[in-house]
Design a protein around this ligand. Structure first.
Ligand SMILES: Nc1ncnc2c1ncn2[C@@H]1O[C@H](COP(=O)(O)OP(=O)(O)OP(=O)(O)O)[C@@H](O)[C@H]1O
Ligand SMILES: [Mg+2]
Length: 463
């Protein structure tokens, strides 16, 4: 370049200026870009910080929520545990293998082991073999059916007393319907059942009492209606007997003179032999009806008026045996009697207790298959002299198991064909109860029967 070129010389400052301007522009743009970059960086930083803060907030929020939920769960579990532990019922949870995974306090108390000793065990470790088998069966049924089932059975715990329990077993199912466990709750229903039985007995007693009142009214009315015509029949029978005896000489004379003749549809010679039996048959039949009516009356409304005697049971027994002596001689010559001396007296009716003993001896005689078989009649007292015990034991045919529950029912008899009315034991039981005593029976078919009566002894016993 030639510096002496005047054109060139005149262009340089302008170029320099232009260049200077360019440099300035560039510097400014650089500054602007730098400022922009700085601003962007600051914005990004702030953005990131904000996001971090937000995330921190969320995380904290989540943590708090989790803490609340965990606390809630803990409280729920506590409440559930308190609920289960305060249940009087026995409750448990089993895993799918049938091992206990949790039990409540009542369960622990029942088996006599703390929960930590029960968890992991099976029924065979806690209950008897038969019970464990029964529990396994019902567990399996609830699992198979996949629904709650109710069972009833006995369960023996640490106390050794078997309880009657009602158990509800409910399988736990997952979302696929598979059984993942079994919940059980068992309630002791021994008392409830006893109460039900008591209530049923009471109802039955009231029902029986009502029936007896109705029967009493009916029988009294009926007895009155039957007794009048029976009295006529018996009175007329004895008049007829007298009249027949009076007619006999005349009829005999006629017979001797003219030979046999007919009376009604019968030959006199036959009627003459039969008439005595016919007339006594009327009398016996009437007597029997009277007895039955009287028995019915005694059964329906036993007369309580003669219950105040002081009675020596040995005297009663002796009197009953004397009354039945001819029957005993005929049917049971091997009859033996053993009376304890110095028996305490009982309060009641001599005649009524005698009726009971007569009924029992009669039944024993009627039960003997042959006269070689024996009957024992005994009286004794309890060692503390609080009661008198009478027993009539026979080597008779015994009483079949299906007959036994009915023998004290009025009109129940297995001797209908031979004239039994079925009132003997019903009346006897009534009389014994009237004396605040008990009557019990033990019998072995083909071997024999024993009736035992226990009467409370008179308190002011001087003997
Ligand atoms: N000692 C006994 N051995 C076997 N069965 C007996 C005995 N005592 C009672 N029974 C049975 O009990 C039933 C009822 O007895 P219960 O004395 O009430 O009536 P009954 O003897 O049949 O008739 P009734 O006594 O009125 O003449 C009898 O029919 C009989 O089946
Ligand atoms: Mg009888």
């Amino acid at each position: 370049m030639n510096e002496s070129d005047p054109e060139k010389k005149s262009q340089d400052p302008a170029r320099i200026l232009a260049l200077q301007r360019q440099v300035k522009d560039l510097a400014q743009r650089l500054a602007e870009t730098q400022a922009q970059l700085t601003a962007d960086r600051v914005r990004h930083e702030m953005d990131i910080r904000r996001r971090i803060a937000e995330m921190e907030f969320h995380v904290r929020q989540r943590l708090q929520m989790m803490e609340t939920v965990t606390e809630q769960l803990r409280r729920n579990e506590e409440q559930l545990r308190a609920l289960l532990d305060n249940l009087p019922d026995i409750a448990w949870l089993k895993n799918p293998e049938g091992r206990y995974s949790a039990v409540n306090k009542a369960f622990s108390a029942f088996v006599g082991r703390p929960e930590q000793e029960v968890v992991g065990r099976q029924d065979g470790d806690l209950f008897g073999a038969a019970e464990a088998e029964q529990i396994a069966k019902t567990d399996a049924l609830a699992r198979r059916e996949k629904r709650s089932l109710r069972f009833e059975g006995t369960l023996k715990g640490a106390a050794g007393v078997p309880l009657l329990v009602e158990t509800v077993k409910s399988p736990i199912l997952d979302d696929n319907g598979s059984v993942t466990g079994l919940i059980g709750i068992a309630r002791d229903i021994t008392e409830r059942r006893q109460e039900e039985v008591r209530r049923r007995d009471e109802q039955e007693r009231l029902f029986q009492a009502d029936k007896m009142i109705a029967l009493g009214t009916l029988v009294s009315g009926m007895a009155h209606e039957i007794n009048n015509p029976i009295n006529f029949i018996m009175l007329n029978a004895s008049i007829l007997k007298d009249a027949w005896t009076g007619c006999m000489p005349v009829l005999e004379a006629h017979y001797a003179q003219n030979g046999d003749f007919t009376v009604g549809h019968y030959a006199y010679s036959r009627i003459r032999e039969k008439m005595g039996d016919l007339l006594s048959g009327l009398n016996d039949g009437g007597d029997r009806i009277k007895h039955i009516v009287q028995d019915l009356r005694n059964f329906a409304r036993p007369d309580p008026s003669d219950m105040a005697d002081r009675v020596n049971v040995n005297d009663v027994v002796q009197s009953a045996v004397t009354i039945l002596s001819s029957k005993i001689k005929k049917t049971a010559p091997n009859f033996s009697m053993q009376c304890e001396l110095r028996l305490p007296d009982v309060r009641g009716s001599f005649q009524k207790i005698e009726q009971v003993i007569i009924n029992l001896i009669q039944n024993a005689c009627e039960a003997l298959p042959s006269p070689q078989k024996r009957i024992w009649l005994t009286t004794r007292t309890r060692p503390d002299r609080s009661a008198v015990i009478m027993s009539v034991k026979d080597e008779g045919l015994g009483i079949a198991a299906d007959v036994l529950p009915h023998i004290f029912d009025p009109f129940y008899t297995t001797k209908r064909g031979s004239g039994g009315t079925g009132l003997g034991l019903a009346i006897s039981k009534k009389i014994v109860e009237l004396h605040r005593g008990t009557i019990e029976v033990e019998s072995v078919p083909e071997q024999g029967t024993r009736f035992t009566i226990i009467l409370p002894a008179e308190e002011s016993d001087h003997s």
